[in-house]
Design a protein around this ligand. Structure first.
Ligand code: GAL
Length: 814
């Protein structure tokens, strides 16, 4: 069995960007990667918990694993439209490992998330259960360890469906590791580092640590605490001699750091606290905690202040899945998604509606996102028939405690949320939760999305009702001192590459099941209407499942109107869109795999809203044109051409002829009506008369080529690295054919495997891990994961009538 020192292990877990090489596994210094070489069986086998159970015929696999996402969609699956018609069930995982017991050592198994109702056994001994599928947890293996061969068995039970209001995933879908400590050690999440006073000149650091003494006798020891600067240099050291009783002890130390390097959304420098427990000269245990030096404050007058500076939270809500990989999301898939959000100008993410994977927070720390960290969707009354609500009363205290202790050292985490649209909750119970939370962290404000009818949270979080005309203003007039937050404002409802010129309103035109009883006559009064772009629809025949990519398919308010409102209301310090990415499940129109809520689709391809947000949130000069310019049947028809840009003016040219320059306006978009004729539209964006950005859209000819764009040229043969291959169907000149839907066949050779194929089409029910997929609106994505062997990974794509295309990627020994 290999032991990796802390930093080495982390490097292995996240062998991508150098800046991410120290992510995630803060904590005890000896951790053992336990993700690989498991046996899996789908179906219940009660005897599989026995130590001697013969699992040799079971399937071999590596974790993280989500058996739902690798299954076929089936409209008869009980998960239904909520769960993307993917199956649940009961699954067993087993793994044997050799161990040599040593006195004075403790071994733990740590799970970042198992969906759901997990039970764990070692050598036939039941360690416990954990109903909540999103919580991280651990067990102490020590008392039941044997010398030589040990067996771990895990049962995950997601058989009663629907167990969530969205696609949940099934199985051990996050990482697993072993953590080895001495018998005097800092337990998992046993540190709490805060920065009570922060200025440019100095920062006061408070470091609290729990120390567990399992030796059975009192011990006199030294706690040596180093504070390491972002470059690893020692900047402060505290040494405390203390007598540790048996059981849990608490040690608090404080330190001052002069001229600290502050953490912010732009400068994401992090420090490390390294605890070493010393018995005389001998170091018996070590534990590291990453933290950031920053101050946060929120009030109704100034909004949100990061290091004393006002900052509007331009946020998105995200679910935990990532399209075709389901809930088992490799780091590089998550990282690609977060980088796309960052480039859009997004600075905040809400973990709707449950704890995310530990690596998510570490990436947010390093990329500079502010996180609204949400513990639960509903509470004790299930919102989906078999969800966590069934277990809530028994488990919420343990789960909320684990969640806060796990995440409270991350500088990115700036707000806690204790729930989302909790039905019929008791006010006294909100207080109970807030009190428990405040006992674990006092440095961050607490909200509850749509929980403002009770007074105990610090921030009033508004969901859809906050999109309605006048709601926020009215609340503010009544509670002028309460800062307001748009926990779910506003919705995106777009399908990539689809356009309609008449405005569509969800309640009127494509009602979601949860608003079946809503009457448009009533709803209309609350809606900020958007004028139609044309009197008669230009793009007829869009399937009812798809929504327009002009900013004109809305629930209650469009992006531009909402942006203006957010600018006006100083007390509304942030808004989180529903959602950053399309997520599996919760299909508003059925049958579909998802709704159209994402700013990006299931493949992570940007829809047009992406560029609208970019023009509003990211100051880097840009201009984007929509729609595409391939409309063969529309010669002479006037087509609304929209540009999104943060420049002062945009001039549009058709085949070299100017169609006029427009100045930026309150409309937050530039609009021309352009009679269709083949050719190229070019938009030139100017600031103070100077060209700052330009873009073109060109009429595409017939599909002629398969373009393949890989996001990297080499990977590590570490069973983790992922290559994203973006595929475009283009004409002979390389212009993407916007309506292309060619069936693509993929042939992979070498040391890689396809872990996802995705085109973003919400009504394409083909399997997501397959070697065939149609392009949708000209595009498709293939995700390839490296195996453990070095070599050349080759992907060939073919489609009838088009020449073969291929790419090669080197997979190198880690
Ligand atoms: C909200 C809910 C979200 C999502 C959204 C869809 O009410 O909090 O989870 O369901 O509606 O519009």
């Amino acid at each position: 069995m290999l032991f990796y020192r802390f930093f080495l292990c982390v490097t292995l877990l996240l062998a991508f960007d150098k800046s991410f090489s120290q992510l995630v596994v803060y904590g005890t210094s000896n951790v053992i990667d336990f993700d690989f070489d498991w046996r899996f069986h789908l179906g219940d086998l009660p005897r599989a918990s026995n130590a001697s159970y013969d699992d040799s015929q079971w399937r071999k696999l590596d974790l993280p694993h989500d058996w739902g996402a690798e299954s076929s969609f089936d409209l008869d699956n009980a998960s239904g439209w909520r769960g993307a018609y993917l199956p649940g069930g009961i699954g067993w995982y087993r793994k044997n490992f050799d161990w040599k017991k040593k006195p004075g050592q403790h071994l733990f198994i740590q799970f970042d998330g198992v969906y759901m109702n997990s039970e764990v056994w070692i050598n036939g001994h039941r360690l416990g259960k954990r109903p909540y599928g999103y919580i991280s947890f651990q067990y102490d293996l020590t008392p039941y360890l044997k010398d030589s061969n040990n067996s771990i068995a895990i049962r995950a039970d997601n058989s009663k469906l629907p167990s969530g209001r969205w696609y949940t995933g099934s199985g051990i879908y996050r990482h697993v590791r072993l953590a080895l400590t001495s018998d005097i050690f800092i337990p998992q999440w046993g540190t709490y580092v805060t920065t009570p006073r922060v200025s440019e000149e100095s920062a006061e650091i408070s470091v609290k640590a729990e120390i567990e003494n399992k030796t059975g006798v009192q011990k006199r020891l030294t706690i040596l605490t180093d504070i390491l600067a972002p470059d690893g240099k020692l900047v402060n050291q505290k040494s405390t001699q203390t007598t540790l009783d048996t059981g849990l002890n608490f040690v608090t130390q404080t330190a001052t750091i002069l001229r600290p390097l502050l953490w912010s959304t732009e400068t994401t420098r992090q420090y490390t606290v390294r605890h070493r427990i010393k018995n005389g000269a001998r170091i018996i245990d070590e534990y590291s905690t990453r933290f950031g030096i920053r101050s946060i404050a929120v009030n109704a007058k100034d909004g949100f202040l990061l290091n004393g500076k006002k900052l509007k939270l331009n946020g998105v809500c995200n679910h935990h899945d990532a399209g075709p990989v389901g809930a088992a999301v490799p780091e590089e898939v998550l990282l690609r998604r977060l980088k796309l959000l960052k480039a859009m100008g997004c600075n905040a993410i809400r973990t709707a509606h449950n704890p995310a994977a530990p690596e998510f927070y570490a990436m947010c720390d390093s990329l500079g996102f502010l996180v609204l960290d949400e513990a639960f969707d509903g509470w004790d009354k299930p919102k989906a028939e078999f969800d966590y609500g069934l277990y809530f009363n028994e488990w919420w205290k343990a789960d909320l405690t684990s969640f806060i202790k796990r995440d409270r050292n991350h500088p990115s985490v700036v707000i806690w949320s204790i729930g989302n649209e909790v039905p019929e909750f008791e006010h006294a119970f909100q207080k109970e939760m807030v009190d428990l939370l405040k006992g674990l962290d006092t440095t961050r404000p607490i909200t509850q999305a749509k929980g403002f009818s009770a007074p105990y949270t610090d921030l009033a979080g508004f969901n859809g009702d906050g999109e309605m005309k006048g709601t926020l203003e009215k609340y503010h007039a009544q509670y002028p001192d309460k800062p307001l937050l748009g926990t779910e404002i506003t919705h995106t409802l777009q399908t990539r590459g689809v356009y309609a010129t008449k405005t569509a309103y969800r309640t009127r035109d494509f009602k979601a099941p949860w608003e079946a009883n809503a009457k448009w006559e009533n709803v209309q009064k609350t809606v900020t209407m958007i004028p139609d772009l044309t009197a008669e629809e230009v793009f007829k025949d869009n399937p009812k499942f798809y929504q327009s990519s002009y900013d004109n398919a809305i629930v209650r308010i469009g992006v531009r109107d909402q942006f203006k409102k957010a600018q006006e209301l100083a007390y509304l310090f942030g808004t989180f869109r529903w959602t950053g990415f399309d997520y599996l499940g919760e299909a508003a129109i059925q049958p579909a795999r998802t709704a159209n809520f994402g700013i990006m689709d299931l493949a992570g391809f940007p829809k047009d809203h992406y560029y609208l947000y970019k023009s509003l949130w990211n100051p880097a000069p840009m201009v984007h044109l929509l729609p595409h310019w391939t409309h063969p049947s529309k010669e002479g028809v006037s087509i609304p051409m929209v540009a999104y840009s943060n420049a002062e003016s945009v001039e549009l040219f058709l085949n070299g002829k100017s169609l006029g320059e427009q100045k930026s306006s309150d409309e937050l978009q530039f609009l021309w009506m352009v009679p269709y004729q083949k050719g190229t539209l070019k938009a030139i964006a100017r600031k103070s008369g100077k060209v700052v950005s330009e873009t073109t859209v060109t009429t595409a000819g017939a599909a002629a080529k398969i373009e393949m764009l890989a996001d990297k040229q080499k990977v590590s043969a570490n069973k983790r690295d992922v290559i994203h291959v973006e595929i475009n169907i283009t004409d002979k000149n390389g212009t993407m054919v916007p309506d292309a839907g060619n069936l693509l066949t993929f042939t992979l050779s070498g040391p890689g495997k396809i872990i996802g194929v995705e085109n973003g089409d919400i009504i394409d029910f083909s399997p997501m891990k397959s070697t065939q997929r149609k392009a949708f609106k000209g595009k498709c994505l293939v995700m390839i994961q490296a195996t453990g062997d070095p070599g050349v990974i080759k992907l060939i794509a073919s489609a009838e009538g088009l020449p073969l295309s291929g790419i090669s990627i080197n997979s190198q020994k880690p």
